[in-house]
Design a protein around this ligand. Structure first.
Ligand SMILES: [Zn+2]
Length: 451
């Protein structure tokens, strides 16, 4: 049996995940993500395949670079089935609605038309069904589908397609085993082909088993100075991880009780979706949630509802903690807080995740002494701290370890979802250390698989 795998997005780049598998008489897609950052205008280009010919779209997880073009696919005639985990389905709707507004804003600036609207999103949700990890679903042409826990964000999955004893595993994004809420990534030992993410293919992260203690120290020091701790955080997973950690520290009285503001309406919606799906947490957390414990709620926590309230956060006297998006300070409510707090030597800005080149977050890590925010020069006097222990991605070692588990059956690994240098480095390591064939497909490549 032969199939053809087409690499349409996230090949030779990080965003816009999109793969097509032609199994003979039917076509299925894995992910249909938005291209973000450079090359954004390509989201408006037509699909290179005919959307109405696709029978199934399988979604790895709810990040927008994996789902952001789904409403467009539907608008352009896709009438098939969309399958993901139940949690991914629950997260997808608020994330798509949020992305729609950001995209509309960018479209207006770039003089482009509407990409899709809320009706298209509703239509996409109507085609969507959620399944559990490990559940087997029959697809056309004798292919069977199983979703395996990727440990990246709530509900994230690897897609395993099997036929006649052979399998293709698309990893989506792979978690680093760092979330306090999620179980570790499922170990795959029998893949024939692996389509594998390589975001951190050339980075090795130091072990960070002390991260909760480090967070505790940063909170304590900032409070002792009488300052505010500002943490730019992504709305999905990172914010919930941190809410859970801060709650734990406060409940256990390891840090003083101070107000904690979560300034992101999206994060509030996402948190509700998390609580509605306790089956995706670690067994311990799940038991606690099912017993009625509010793992994200504590007396000091307040969700900020609107922009006016966001400004008023600073009227609260004394030390406090603020979590706000975006995670790389590339926009959003966090900018207003940075403008207020960066000049204050008593305050701390804590960076907890990867900061892309060119973002404000990156410039702060690199030691910028002044920044221009809303056309205003802002001196940076606040303490800038970093804590990478909550990263949602595997590093180069972790990725290699993942392939090692299936090295005896893997005939080829395709490294995608990475900058070219990271992908090339990881592919080389897989070849050298594991003696497994590893290549870096380019966007538009097609490969015939014995599947
Ligand atoms: Zn992701």
């Amino acid at each position: 049996m032969q199939s053809t795998l087409y690499f349409y997005g996230a090949a030779g780049m990080v965003t816009g995940s999109n793969f097509l598998l032609d199994t003979g008489t039917s076509k299925l897609l894995v992910d249909c993500g938005l291209m973000q950052g450079m090359g954004e205008e390509r989201n408006w280009e037509p699909f290179v395949y005919e959307p109405k010919e696709i029978s199934h779209l399988i979604v790895t997880h709810a990040h927008i670079d994996h789902i952001g073009r789904i409403p467009l696919l539907v608008k352009k005639g896709f009438k098939g089935k969309i399958i993901s985990t139940k949690a991914t389905m629950a997260l997808a709707e608020p994330l798509l609605l949020d992305a729609m507004e950001i995209v509309a804003h960018a479209a207006e600036k770039g003089g482009r038309g509407e990409l899709y609207n809320a009706r298209d999103i509703a239509e996409a949700m109507g085609l969507w069904s959620g399944i559990g990890y490990g559940e087997e679903v029959a697809l056309p042409d004798g292919v069977s589908l199983t979703l395996l826990d990727a440990g990246h964000i709530l509900g994230s999955a690897m897609v395993r397609l099997s036929r006649q004893g052979r399998s293709i595993v698309c990893t989506g994004d792979l978690g680093g085993g760092n979330s306090p809420l999620l179980p570790p990534t499922h170990e795959v030992a029998d893949a024939t082909y692996v389509v594998m993410e390589g975001t951190y293919g050339d980075k090795v992260r130091p072990e960070d088993s002390q991260r909760r203690e480090e967070l505790e120290n940063v909170i304590e020091e900032t409070i002792a100075r009488g300052g505010t701790l500002l943490i730019p955080a992504f709305s999905t997973e990172r914010t919930q991880d941190l809410m859970y950690e801060i709650r734990t520290l406060m409940v256990e009285k390891r840090v003083p009780s101070v107000p904690v503001f979560v300034d992101s309406p999206l994060a509030q919606k996402i948190t509700r979706a998390f609580v509605a799906h306790p089956e995706y947490f670690t067994p311990e957390i799940r038991t606690r949630v099912e017993a009625g414990e509010d793992i994200f709620g504590f007396p000091e926590l307040r969700f900020v509802e609107n922009a006016e309230e966001s400004r008023r956060v600073h009227e609260t006297a004394g030390p406090k903690i603020i979590l706000a998006g975006s995670g790389m300070s590339s926009g959003g409510r966090v900018i207003g807080h940075e403008r207020k707090l960066l000049p204050d030597p008593k305050s701390t800005l804590l960076i907890v995740g990867y900061q892309a080149a060119g973002t404000i977050g990156r410039r702060l890590i690199e030691g910028a002494r002044t920044l221009t925010l809303y056309k205003e020069h802002i001196p940076v006097r606040a303490k800038i701290e970093t804590l990478y222990g909550y990263s949602a991605h595997r590093d180069s070692e972790g990725l290699l370890e993942f392939v090692n588990k299936t090295a005896s059956t893997a005939e080829e690994v395709f490294v995608v979802h990475a900058e070219p240098a990271a992908a090339a480095f990881l592919a080389q390591r897989i070849r050298d250390y594991l003696s497994v064939k590893a290549t870096v497909p380019q966007a538009g490549d097609k490969i015939v698989l014995q599947f």
